[in-house]
Design a protein around this ligand. Structure first.
Ligand SMILES: [Zn+2]
Length: 844
């Protein structure tokens, strides 16, 4: 079978009868998978992982088989090709890996409990039942489940239950679907259920550790999102129900299993009376993301994992399109501009980054595809760019045709481009493939050369990069009519600048709206013109100016020090997006100073100066009926004032803490992390630390828990830091799914960095054993690289990670992250003095 890597090429299933018996007590799974299908050859293979196979039958007769664990397969020899019914009997362990079928642990009133859930994407269905576990192998499934059931327990699956016989739960036959979207779960659950206008039952399920009203927000968003998608896609929701289930242990953010979406608790349940607006927006976008997949991904699925972007980039765009439609006052596209856009621009500027479309075969490499800044953020940006080009009417028409042509089957990127391109009457594929297949993005230089306004494109790098002469078809979105819609050439000339400027009556700009994936380097004359009129720019454009300049400085195309004097110009803005960009630059200045040095004191004075006016205007108490901008800006400026060691700010936060010390969870969620962190940093004691840690263990409110994490990891006390690190491997305090943010918090704390770094190096094997099978594992490397910025740490980072370069799935991340730290160290060495002098100039 040389050359054949896809099981689907050997056996094509049409229907599964699956029986699974799960015993939580003995942690054993046993089952039987009966698969009807079409054998393409006599020597076939199907997939399994960590299974003990007791028999394989074909059409009722035992046939020879061999388990190949390296290939995660069962090689089977059939007597004939053609229509065949396979029956595989097996046993497998129930493991705590958060993959396959796995338990989640939680406590209610001090009683320890567990629920069983599943996570099959990417290649973990094969850990639950033998199957052709590839997205193209769509089939119908009849699922029957038995478990050590206790009274009052609920069981959920993709389809409704049709009967319960002798303790076996039988579910209705599914529609044609991929294995990675199968899901089920059982345990002691509570729920809230409603029905959409079109009759789809929508439900939210969670453990009873949550208050009932913590399910309300998600139920409302999910119902309205399904109604929105049915209208936008002009295609009905294909199943009888849409269940949303919060699992206490969950590796990713959420998973779009068809009809039974699973979520991290933090992304589904929330306290409707005390949760910050940005957390609500985040939860809403996670729900709408998963529900976008019910069509895009589930109804029509990528043919193979190389087109993962087709699922994820699209859902990532639609999460914003739908939230913007159902909650227009939130202006949720602003969140896209402050989160996805900078993430994509940052990561995509490092040479060695993957392109959105990547060829892939090995299961370990498939997991490494889930690069959130690329496959999600950049991919979404690519589609936003396409949407801006074709408009919503053509997009919707194209999608309707795409769903009609491919529903219950698979598709590739070009199928989408041709459906949308046909609806729009444009060659969309020709434009989009330059963005999809090539890594990186261009910087477009706009300059006046010999009086002529000239544009030229070149790949933008942060750090060393090999220029391979890549070119993109760039939607320019200029505010001057003379600029073409698409710039395909390396250089174009737009005409006499003085004349164009006079006719237009405004500064020349491109990428207006910041919807195209490129940055702009204006020459001094053009930039001065824009900055002289910066008051006339909308918030997104102001953010864009600061963001592009910051990136150009990181790419050493301009001096970092030259941005510093611009900060006070934007500091009085009431817009949260401008403040996001402003404080992103300001916070980045921290890497140029040594803790507690004179330079840092000077930087603190700058922070005080930048934030003073807005702190005075907004204060610590969120006001009834205040604008979304004010709610979202307050955290930036309070955080800045506290970094500045502003005595009033420290005292105000302390006072709030004392007034609420009997019920800290009731502190307004908008300011709670800053109040708690201020207390730990400036008024901390072991008693306070222990109290907060015990609050963390007891609470089921994920946003409060996150705030406690932020506070506790900020302790300056070495003894408490080592106490905290001692809890890293205690799953009853810190769940493995949450550990990364604790590690990152301590690592980013100057007083804790050494201890956190020692921990991860010493206990790497434990970490690998605990979360190594998890697709987020490599992000431990990424978060470390995000913090490090000294030559000594760079050397240690290389010494530790370089020997791991050949680990499957880790190679690219290690290479990228070494480059990221190296580049930052060089930038600091080169620019430190000038940056600190520029700060001194403003504060003197
Ligand atoms: Zn997704």
């Amino acid at each position: 079978m040389t050359g054949i890597t896809h099981a689907y090429d050997t056996f094509q299933p049409t229907h599964y009868d699956i029986f699974i018996d799960i015993d939580r007590g003995t942690k054993q799974i046993s089952g039987k998978s009966v698969i009807d299908g079409d054998a393409q050859q006599k020597d076939i293979f199907i997939q399994q992982k960590n299974m003990e196979i007791s028999s394989v039958q074909a059409d009722g007769k035992d046939v020879p088989f061999e388990v190949d664990n390296k290939k995660e397969a069962i090689n089977i020899t059939l007597p004939k090709t053609g229509t065949t019914t396979l029956a595989v009997t097996y046993k497998a362990p129930l493991t705590d890996s958060m993959m396959g079928i796995y338990p989640s642990y939680y406590e209610v009133d001090g009683v320890k409990k567990e629920i069983i859930g599943t996570q099959f994407e990417t290649t973990f269905a094969r850990q639950a039942f033998p199957s052709v576990d590839e997205p193209e192998a769509k089939a119908k499934f009849d699922l029957a489940i038995k478990f050590d059931e206790k009274p009052g327990e609920t069981i959920l699956a993709n389809m409704p239950e049709v009967k319960n016989e002798n303790g076996v739960h039988y579910f209705d036959t599914t529609v044609r679907m991929s294995t990675y979207l199968i899901a089920f779960a059982f345990g002691d659950l509570q729920s809230k259920i409603t029905t959409t206008k079109s009759g789809v039952k929508v439900g939210v399920f969670a453990t009873k550790a949550h208050k009932a009203n913590e399910l309300d927000f998600a139920l409302d968003i999910a119902k309205r999102a399904i109604e929105f998608y049915e209208d936008f896609y002009q295609t009905p929701y294909p199943l009888p129900h849409s269940w949303q289930l919060a699992l206490p242990d969950f590796s990713a953010g959420a998973m779009e299993n068809w009809g039974l979406v699973t979520y991290r608790e933090a992304y589904l349940t929330l306290d409707p009376d005390n949760t910050s607006l940005d957390t609500k927006q985040l939860v809403a976008t996670v729900i709408t993301h998963e529900l976008a997949h019910q069509w895009f991904g589930d109804l029509v699925t990528m043919k193979w994992w190389d087109d993962l972007w087709l699922n994820e980039s699209f859902a990532n765009m639609m999460e914003y399109v739908s939230v913007d439609a159902i909650e227009p006052d939130w202006h949720v596209w602003e969140m896209f501009q402050t989160s996805d856009v900078p993430a994509a621009l940052q990561r995509d500027a490092t040479d060695g980054v993957q392109s959105v479309h990547v060829d892939v075969e090995d299961p370990a490499e498939i997991d490494a595809l889930f690069d959130s800044a690329i496959v999600y953020a950049k991919g979404a940006r690519m589609l936003v760019m396409m949407r801006a080009l074709v408009g919503d009417d053509a997009l919707r028409k194209g999608l309707k045709n795409y769903f009609a042509a491919h529903q219950y089957h698979n598709a590739q990127g070009n199928d989408l481009w041709s459906a949308v391109g046909e609806a729009a009457g444009m060659d969309i594929g020709g434009i989009m493939n330059t963005w999809l297949q090539q890594p990186g993005y261009p910087v477009v230089s706009a300059s006046v050369v010999d009086g002529k306004l000239t544009l030229s494109q070149q790949q933008f790098f942060i750090g060393d990069g090999v220029d391979k002469g890549r070119q993109w078809k760039i939607p320019l979105n200029s505010n001057y009519e003379v600029a073409p819609t698409i710039m395909s050439d390396k250089t174009i000339e737009l005409g006499d600048y003085a004349k164009l400027r006079e006719e237009a009556g405004k500064p020349f700009r491109i990428n207006v709206g910041n919807n195209s994936h490129f940055i702009v380097k204006y020459d001094d004359e053009l930039l001065k013109d824009i900055l002289d009129h910066h008051d006339e720019l909308d918030a997104i454009s102001q953010l864009q100016i600061l963001q592009d300049l910051r990136l150009l400085a990181e790419g050493k195309q301009i001096s970092y020090a030259s941005i510093v004097p611009l900060l006070p110009k934007f500091a009085d803005s009431h817009s949260n997006v401008v403040n996001a960009a402003l404080y992103r630059v300001a916070n980045d200045l921290k890497k140029f100073v040594t803790p507690d040095s004179d330079e840092e004191k000077q930087l603190q004075v700058l922070f005080d100066k930048l934030s003073a006016k807005e702190v005075a205007r907004l204060g610590w108490a969120p006001k009834n009926g205040e604008s979304n901008d004010d709610q979202l800006t307050r955290p930036y400026v309070l955080n800045a004032a506290l970094y500045a060691k502003n005595t009033d700010a420290i005292a105000s936060a302390h006072k709030l803490f004392e007034e609420n010390s009997s019920n800290l969870a009731a502190l307004s969620a908008d300011i709670r992390p800053y109040v708690l962190r201020n207390e730990v940093k400036n008024f901390g004691s072991e008693e306070l630390f222990d109290n907060l840690l015990s609050e963390y263990r007891k609470s089921s409110d994920a946003s409060y828990k996150q705030d406690l994490n932020i506070a506790l990891t900020a302790t300056p006390d070495a003894k408490l830091i080592s106490k905290l690190i001692g809890k890293f491997e205690d799953a009853e305090t810190i769940k493995p799914q949450d550990l990364r943010s604790w590690y990152r918090g301590v690592l980013a704390n100057d007083a804790g960095q050494q201890a956190a770094w020692d921990w991860i190096r010493n206990d790497w094997q434990w970490l690998d054993d605990t979360v190594g099978g998890d697709m987020e594992f490599t992000t431990y490397i990424t978060v470390t690289a995000m913090v490090f910025h000294t030559p000594a740490r760079l050397a240690e980072f290389k010494a530790f990670f370089e020997p791991k370069l050949n680990t499957p799935g880790m190679t690219r991340e290690i290479q990228m992250d070494i480059k990221v730290v190296e580049t930052r160290v060089k930038l600091i060495e080169a620019e430190k003095d000038a940056v600190n002098a520029a700060v001194a100039e403003i504060v003197k």
